[in-house]
Design a protein around this ligand. Structure first.
Ligand SMILES: O=C(O)CCC(=O)C(=O)O
Length: 349
């Protein structure tokens, strides 16, 4: 047998991770699998954040940013990226919208996941959802979705960021851009459920990607497009009138850097239940779960019974002649009900 053919049946060796996983895990009835706690050395090093002073960027009409370059110590940036990519579950959401009278299917061009619940509810110590005012269990049907508590590893980041920026957050949205063809189109996070002038903290890990901002109208005074080359560990706080007046995006990119993969985490505060339904609809959707496979070096469809850290052989992953990615896309399309939605995505595709 030729070496290249043999390789397909040999289980690839996973690279030695840049962190030692904690034995403690966060779990909840809504999680497909338990999520490891933040490794203790990361928690210790995070005690020093932010490692640089935030730089205000407010020299354009209605723009109010604070740019931390970086926010997280260099020593743990790569480890934090690998840890979150390995430990979290992700989705590749498909949905259908009405565009100019034509029903159009949208394939979100990145992996997403979301945790949290809006301010009208909270999780009690048993992990049950209760009304934030009365502390009574929620009535059946309050949400169309199944809200998930923020796992410890992201909650630690949330608390740190809250203490620095002076805001409270109840949602954590995570994007994973696998390579340069993953992106997010120009949009603003200006939904009514976030209230007026929301302050959104956006943390980057992994590959450096351009973050572009442009004014919604381009006038008065024709403000220019702004480009922030977000590197691993950087954080941008978008606040004040920014969301009402500016759009932002992560455009597609060619080249080696983007192939390293990038994680973005935004911390937000949703005030009402519409925010919860919206965020889960567009970041979890029909629910086919993906998990990072460190041997195959890519996100793979996850199935109940898969062992954490164990890699499928290339042959198992191929599962036919069409190739792994094609097979996965077909599987997602079959398993995931593509729904026609009345609302709009919280972020543009
Ligand atoms: O990936 C980023 O830096 C931006 C993410 C974003 O705009 C969003 O999730 O709404």
């Amino acid at each position: 047998m030729k070496r290249s053919t043999l390789d397909m049946f040999i289980k690839p060796a996973a690279k030695k991770p840049k962190y030692e996983a904690s034995l403690h895990k966060s779990n909840h009835v809504t999680y497909p699998f338990a999520v490891s706690h933040l490794p203790a050395p990361f928690t210790k090093q995070l005690g020093t954040v932010p490692v640089t002073e935030g730089k205000p960027i407010n020299d354009q009409p209605n723009l109010d940013l604070v740019y931390y370059q970086p926010y997280i110590p260099v020593s743990i940036q790569a480890g934090m990226f690998e840890f979150l990519r390995q430990e979290l579950f992700f989705y590749r959401v498909q949905y259908s919208i009405n565009r100019g009278g034509i029903q159009t299917q949208v394939n979100t061009p990145r992996f997403t996941t979301v945790f949290g619940v809006d301010a009208t509810s909270r999780f009690n110590d048993n992990g049950d959802l209760v009304d934030a005012k009365t502390n009574r269990p929620l009535l059946q049907g309050r949400y169309k979705c199944k809200p998930r508590p923020i796992p410890q590893c992201l909650n630690e980041l949330r608390k740190l960021i809250e203490s620095v920026v002076g805001e409270n957050y109840n949602f954590c949205l995570v994007n994973y851009y696998a390579d340069g063809s993953d992106s997010i189109a120009y949009h603003s996070d200006d939904e009514r459920f976030l209230g007026a002038d929301p302050a959104i903290a956006s943390l980057s890990l992994g590959a450096k990607r351009d973050f572009l901002l442009r004014h919604k109208t381009g006038s008065p005074g024709k403000p220019r497009q702004i480009k922030l080359p977000l590197g691993s560990g950087d954080m941008v706080l978008m606040r004040g009138k920014t969301q009402a007046n500016w759009l932002h995006s992560i455009p597609k990119r060619v080249g080696e850097e983007a192939k390293k993969g990038r994680i973005n985490i935004t911390f937000r505060k949703a005030l009402v239940k519409g925010g919860t339904d919206n965020y889960y609809m567009y970041n979890v959707g029909g629910g086919c779960v993906f998990r990072w496979d460190d041997g195959l070096r890519r996100m793979m469809l996850w199935r109940e019974g898969d062992v954490a850290g164990a890699s499928r052989t290339e042959a198992q992953a191929q599962g036919g002649t069409a190739g792994p990615l094609r097979a996965q896309a077909d599987e997602v399309a079959q398993a995931q009900s593509v729904v026609a939605l009345a609302g709009t995505p919280s972020s543009s595709v």
